[in-house]
Ligand binder design. Structure first.
Ligand SMILES: Cc1cc2nc3c(=O)[nH]c(=O)nc-3n(C[C@H](O)[C@H](O)[C@H](O)COP(=O)(O)OP(=O)(O)OC[C@H]3O[C@@H](n4cnc5c(N)ncnc54)[C@H](O)[C@@H]3O)c2cc1C
Length: 421
């Protein structure tokens, strides 16, 4: 009997996981815009160093991620080092959040209904005495969740912050070794993985899909799985945008209702380590608020992180300007001059994710409209168009690689039960 066929748009963690789960049971072709698969997982290997341009940490013993790593024989190392805070001019070794953080989390839990973080802070924490706490909470949501606090859902932030178990891991061979393994496995199972295929147009009717690339190539299948970021799906007229005929307006609108934040990551290599030898993370009030080391690896590398509106404001800045701003933040933290920083700097890498045409930012966060939007996007259209991706995952590990893998697993199950029974 002829197998059903499916085209998967996007060769990131979601698309590759889906290809692994569907190949063998269906004819699977993955169409990826970039020259390589991996998407927001992308590891640069420079001599003996691994530089993660996107995903870097595994946030806990996450089941699908660790299952794949074990199958692939890829090693992980636990992230080491203490948390240092630079607050009001003082550099202190403490891993505590601002005073009142736990009570604020309890208040979110007890809040009678969901609301944005901005509304919550205005309603319950507007007194002057809460100024420092407000700043820290907003900074955390913007920095780690890449959230716009005027849109972010308090209930979702609570679920995520409350679930953080503190144990993080890195992959010394690079996160990219995981997506390479998934690509090889998918090919072995019979999937075709085609890179450099920018999808522009999708003509569809029940059980009949034609996909056209920017270069005018045509691919046909009975089903389609779209795994591009919601930021790209929501847009029309951007280089990664896809036109659907007939249009899928309500799905596109839903994609735009899920929050999706900006991020700039800078990786700076110095001629020696000028920070405390046991420092893992350094949190500050500077523009580049968060920095981390490579511990247990003792390389003289610091990674700086600017998330949310701060990163969006620098979207159009040159890499030179971004580097200057990052060095300015570090100089303030270590009471040095930017010139002293520049003298110690031996290499720098700037990853401004807003300018990645096929990502248009960092990752998703939940707005108060997200849950309805995710529900719609998770509902297949005429058993023909399916959607998956990091942003469609519902749970506590939002915006992670695990979220992408889980979303692929859930959707692959629906596809197989819909089509094969
Ligand atoms: C800077 C940064 C740091 C991060 N840090 C972490 C971390 O420490 N830990 C963690 O777990 N997660 C982290 N993440 C999130 C994680 O990388 C993502 O959740 C995950 O990789 C998303 O996978 P995906 O397959 O859903 O999307 P993507 O990886 O974005 O895959 C979608 C694919 O679709 C392709 N595409 C887009 N448009 C088209 C088109 N028109 N035609 C064809 N192909 C197209 C893209 O090129 C891309 O390859 C980070 C992300 C960023 C950006």
């Amino acid at each position: 009997m002829k197998k059903e066929s499916i085209l998967i748009i996007g060769g990131g963690a979601t698309g590759l996981m889906a290809a692994n789960l569907l190949a063998g049971q269906m004819e699977v072709t993955v169409l990826e815009a970039k020259a390589e698969t991996g998407g927001r997982i992308n590891s640069l290997i420079k001599e003996d160093k691994t530089i993660e341009t996107g995903a870097e940490f595994i946030h806990g013993k996450l089941p699908l991620t660790f299952n794949l790593l074990a199958k692939a024989g890829i090693k992980t190392v636990p992230v080491k080092g203490k948390m240092y805070h630079f607050r009001e001019g003082q550099f202190v070794n403490d891993n505590k959040m601002a005073a009142g953080w736990d009570k604020l989390l309890d208040d979110i839990k007890e809040a009678p209904e969901d609301m944005t973080l901005a509304t919550f802070l205005e309603t319950y924490y507007s007194a002057q005495v809460h100024g420092a706490l407000r700043k820290e909470v907003a900074g955390y949501a913007e920095g780690f969740d890449l959230a716009d606090i005027t849109k972010a859902s308090i209930k979702s932030l609570y679920a995520e912050w409350n679930a953080e178990d503190g144990e993080n891991f890195r992959i010394p061979s690079g996160y990219g070794s995981l997506t390479q393994y998934m690509e090889q496995q998918a090919i072995q199972l019979g999937a075709k993985i085609m890179t450099g295929k920018i999808v522009r147009q999708i003509d569809w009717q029940p059980n009949d899909v034609s996909v056209y690339t920017a270069e005018g190539e045509e691919f046909k299948a009975s089903q389609l799985l779209v795994t591009i970021p919601v930021s790209v799906l929501a847009k029309i007229n951007s280089p990664g945008s896809i036109n659907f005929t007939p249009e899928i307006d309500s799905y596109r609108k839903a994609a735009g209702q899920i929050g999706y934040g900006s991020v700039i990551k800078v990786v700076l290599e110095f001629n020696h380590r000028f920070w405390p030898a046991d420092a893992g993370f350094i949190i500050s009030d500077e523009l580049f608020k968060t920095w981390w080391t490579q511990l247990p690896d003792t390389s003289a590398i610091l990674t700086g992180w600017l998330g949310g509106p701060g990163a969006e404001n620098l979207s159009d800045a040159t890499d030179e300007f971004i580097l200057y701003k990052a060095l300015q933040s570090l100089a303030a933290i270590f009471s040095m001059s930017v010139i002293q920083m520049q003298d110690m700097l031996t290499a720098s890498y700037i990853f401004n994710w807003q300018n990645d045409l096929f990502a248009l930012g960092g990752y998703s966060y939940d707005t108060i409209a997200s849950s309805r939007a995710k529900k719609l996007l998770s509902t297949p259209l005429d058993r023909t168009l399916f959607f998956a991706g990091e942003a469609l995952y519902i749970g506590e590990k939002n915006a992670t690689v695990e979220a992408a893998l889980q979303s692929a697993a859930t959707t692959a199950k629906i596809i197989l039960s819909d089509l094969i029974g």
